[in-house]
Design a protein around this ligand. Structure first.
Ligand SMILES: [Zn+2]
Length: 490
């Protein structure tokens, strides 16, 4: 008999951690952070203590208690002990959103991680440009010298690469007794896959996060058709937006591209935009829109780093760096406009940024200011200070391609963003921003299409609030509502 244990991702949006056991084989589907559960205890100023992080997280129920799952340096230092044999044979990631992969940094590095190349590149970008996610490689901690001369000298951590195995959409692979089929689906992040698992107890499908209104609607369709052919016993089906009705007129990624182009054609100055930084399909929409309005999309350094990784490993999928502008902001000393020699300028930036300083596509605030009508300048909500340097002139416009606030904290943030944009004339009392966004998740009608198309015998709602499970019930005759930590037979 095979079973799935839900260590997160039920009764909440995100935090997916589904352990599938079949005889001697066990695989974990996703190992994500739960924003809701973390938000119950932690804030920006109150976090798990780095020296005791595993114990803190286990105590609060944020990580599942699975002996031997966690990295050795943490587990031994924090008194949790260690087992030579990992308790899980593999982790299979549906995609690289933090609510699906964010807790991977706590997991021991000798458990293979199966994911698409795109997911790996996004995680690598997190590791190389962020602060300590450790998704693709660990930096060991709590090591000290036992030498008699200076005992307890702290040793700076060595790097340990995680064992990452690339999976390809439509290509089956085996982990022990389980055969796994990943299938690309349409979502707001490259490389997202739904999973079909063939176990001794029957076939199980996990929709991950999906929709039909992006650039890969056909991929979602293919997954649903494959489910119908495979004969799914148990379907884990997302319901992030299942309570929402369809928008009229229908809003799609192509709609964003068309609207953005027409806004930019009408703008007499700089066009500024904000969008989810890792959503390369959105970047692509705005890149194409800019091009058709005779403008160039100008990305920030993190996006440039991500595009460079894709250009190297998955060429041809997204714009090349020579097709966009790369905005170099002020470094730690602000030497960009001081006329200093290249070596001095380099030292003003982190290592991962240095390659872009002399890139032919490099631009700084002076270029954006001088050529305002030629650019669509990406400015995230945390980089609005750059507007002080750029000084957008009259006729400039702002396109907001981000979700609207859904909690009090986001509302405060949004008010601040509006203050900045109003201050620099991008919006006014009678001129609002252009809101052009579509969600990464399908609405009720789209989820119905998945449920009816897949034809599964039983269904477990995932990635949705408890109150929304009634919508799953209205769409399927055999729905099981699962509590965190509980198991269901396949
Ligand atoms: Zn997602």
């Amino acid at each position: 008999m095979a079973s799935v244990t839900f260590h997160g991702g039920v009764g909440e949006i995100g935090g997916n951690k589904f352990l599938v056991r079949d005889g001697d084989t066990s695989v974990m589907m996703d190992f994500g952070m739960s924003f809701a559960a973390e938000g119950r205890y932690f804030s920006e100023y109150r976090k798990a203590r780095a020296s005791n992080v595993l114990v803190d997280m286990l105590e609060l129920g944020l990580l599942p208690r699975i002996d031997g799952l966690y990295r050795r340096d943490y587990a031994e230092h924090m008194g949790l002990g260690w087992t030579e044999e990992p308790p899980v044979d593999a982790i299979i990631l549906t995609h690289a959103h933090i609510d699906h992969c964010g807790y991977l940094g706590y997991v021991r590095e000798d458990i293979p991680v199966h994911c698409t190349k795109a997911s790996e590149l996004i995680m690598r970008c997190f590791d190389d440009t962020g602060k300590g996610h450790q998704l693709t490689e660990l930096r060991t901690k709590f090591a000290y010298s036992a030498q008699s001369k200076r005992p307890w000298t702290r040793l700076t951590g060595d790097r340990r690469e995680r064992e990452i195995r690339t999976m390809h959409s439509g290509r089956k692979f085996r982990v022990g007794g389980i055969a796994v089929e990943p299938h690309e689906v349409d979502h707001s992040l490259p490389g997202a896959c739904a999973l079909i698992l063939h176990t001794s107890g029957g076939t199980l499908a996990n929709t991950a996060d999906l929709r039909f209104h992006g650039r890969r609607a056909r991929a979602t369709d293919r997954f649903v058709k494959r489910c119908a052919r495979a004969g799914i016993g148990l379907l884990l089906c997302e319901g992030t937006r299942i309570s929402r009705g369809p928008e009229t007129p229908a809003r799609t990624e192509r709609w964003i591209e068309k609207e953005a182009a027409s806004i930019m054609r009408g703008a007499g100055g700089l066009a500024v935009c904000g969008y989810p930084m890792r959503d390369l399909d959105r970047l692509q929409s705005l890149h194409l829109a800019a091009r058709s309005a005779d403008r160039t999309l100008v990305v920030d350094l993190k996006q440039a780093y991500l595009l460079a990784l894709f250009e190297e490993h998955l060429p041809g999928t997204y714009p090349r760096l020579d097709e966009v502008g790369i905005f170099v902001n002020r470094g730690s000393w602000g030497l960009i406009d001081k006329g200093v020699p290249d070596e001095a300028l380099e030292r003003d930036y982190d290592k991962w940024k240095q390659d872009f300083l002399n890139h032919p596509s490099r631009l700084d605030y002076r270029d954006i200011s001088a050529g305002a009508r030629r650019y669509l300048y990406y400015c995230d909500d945390f980089s609005l200070q750059n507007l002080i340097d750029i000084k957008p002139q009259k006729g400039s416009t702002y396109i907001r391609s981000l979700t609207e606030p859904f909690d009090a904290d986001m509302e405060i943030q949004e008010r601040q963003v509006k203050n900045w944009l109003a201050r620099f004339g991008l919006i006014g009392s009678s001129r609002r921003w252009h809101q052009l966004h579509v969600s990464g998740h399908g609405d009720g009608a789209q989820i119905r299409r998945v449920i009816e198309g897949a034809g599964a015998e039983r269904l477990v709602p995932i990635h949705t609030e408890r109150k929304n499970e009634s919508h799953h019930r209205a769409m399927h005759g055999s729905v099981t509502s699962v509590r965190r930590g509980r198991s269901v037979e396949v």
